[in-house]
Design a protein around this ligand. Structure first.
Ligand code: PLP
Length: 383
């Protein structure tokens, strides 16, 4: 098969299964509203849970950072790309979350890839929740370790995997809040089982950081759990982008020696680290924003309960409506769009086959009337 045939065949397969992905040009902002094709939509598709991407303090910090440092970092952190702003942010994060060290990464995707690539060796076993994010599962599949998946949020299933023979080290991987379902992991039980078996726990809290726990310290803090490796990302509740790995001193030093994503890649712009310091400050002071988000979540769930739609078991900002069929999900998303509401249709392989869904996300930037409008339109298109 030629290159052309191979590519055309793969594209056709996607088209036939209504799984073809297309980007939309967003012409302004990603806050309460977004603009596409000259139209304005209420935005129920953003991970900016606290609305910080539009926050005046965060924007001003980025601007001042750019004036002070210029717009780029100029190189890898191992050369000259590690600035005072990066250094301060790492210290603030470590102190906030109660870890000896924090290391910044350009994205959550890179952080997960880097950690697993640097740590795992042949003979090791990676035990991952089967619904873990693609960045984790892909890194796991590329690593020389053996990947074993346990049933979603089921400690029993992990327990039986932990009993299987493994000649090397065991690393258990889960998320604090699952990105496509919005449900929370039973972290205390998972940690207990992991430690009983002598393994380490790694938690990716991309959707919990900033939103859960005192001062927004995340799912682990909320559940009284302290994984050996905590990954937090800044593209969601922090409203910016980037990520950090929280760990002890020796692991941080090890990652600085062996994490190729740090060594062979340009560090995030220092101005972004300035914006992240401001975002961290907003997160820490963000009780009112978190309360607002919680009110929206409760109102939404109460309103949807009377509709013929299936909600997941989620008390978080992620409130997916599982439809099942790809085509039907696309039609519903389109009908919402016709009513001025932007919701993403999420299809396999991002979610398991037959579980296509409307992934509705609520944020503190929404007003109560926005939630009412969403419920009204959902009601109209469903009954
Ligand atoms: C979004 C997300 C990531 C990727 O983070 P980026 O910073 O967007 O690369 C990783 N893990 C989970 C669970 C996520 O939801």
């Amino acid at each position: 098969m030629s290159w052309q045939q191979r590519i055309e065949q793969a594209l056709n397969e996607r088209r036939q299964h209504a799984a073809y992905r297309q980007r939309q040009v967003n012409q302004g902002g990603n806050g309460r509203y977004l603009q596409c094709n000259g139209q304005q939509y209420l935005n129920f598709s953003s991970n900016d849970y606290l609305g910080l991407s539009q926050h005046a303090e965060v924007i001003a910090a980025w601007q001042q950072g750019a004036v002070h440092y210029g717009v780029g970092s100029g190189g890898s952190g191992h050369v000259t790309g590690f600035s005072q702003a990066h250094h301060e942010l790492e210290q603030q994060l470590a102190q906030w979350l109660g870890y000896p060290r924090a290391l910044l990464f350009i994205s959550g995707y890179a952080a997960n890839q880097a950690v697993l690539a640097a740590l795992m060796q042949a003979g090791d076993c990676l035990l991952a929740d089967r619904l873990s994010h693609a960045s984790l599962l892909e890194a796991a599949m590329h690593s020389p370790a053996q990947l074993r998946r346990f049933h979603h949020n089921q400690p029993h299933s992990l327990a039986s995997l932990l009993q299987k023979a493994c000649t090397g080290q065991q690393l258990v991987i889960t998320e604090g809040i699952f990105s496509m379902d919005g449900d929370s992991a039973p972290l205390a039980e998972l940690q207990h089982l992991t430690h009983q078996a002598g393994g380490w726990l790694m938690v990716d809290d991309a959707h919990g950081i900033g939103v859960r726990g005192a001062q927004g310290r995340g799912s682990c803090w909320q559940q009284g759990v302290r994984p050996e490796i905590l990954v937090v990302t800044f593209g969601k509740a922090f409203g910016v982008s980037g990520a950090a790995v929280l760990c002890d001193e020796p692991l941080a030093e090890y990652l600085l020696q062996f994490a190729r994503h740090l060594i062979y890649s340009t560090a995030m712009p220092p101005a972004q680290a300035c914006a992240l310091q401001a975002a961290l400050h907003c997160v820490q002071q963000g009780d009112e924003l978190r309360a607002q988000l919680q009110r929206h979540i409760q109102r939404f769930r109460a309103g949807v309960a009377s509709l013929p739609l299936k909600l997941t078991d989620s008390d978080t900002a992620i409130q997916p409506l599982v439809v099942g069929d790809n085509q039907q999900t696309l039609v519903l998303a389109q009908r919402l769009r016709e009513q001025g509401i932007w919701v993403s249709a999420i299809r396999p392989p991002t979610v398991p086959p037959g579980s296509a869904r409307l992934r509705i996300t609520l944020t503190a930037a929404h007003q109560t009337e926005d939630i009412e409008r969403l419920l009204e339109v959902l009601h109209d298109i469903c009954v």
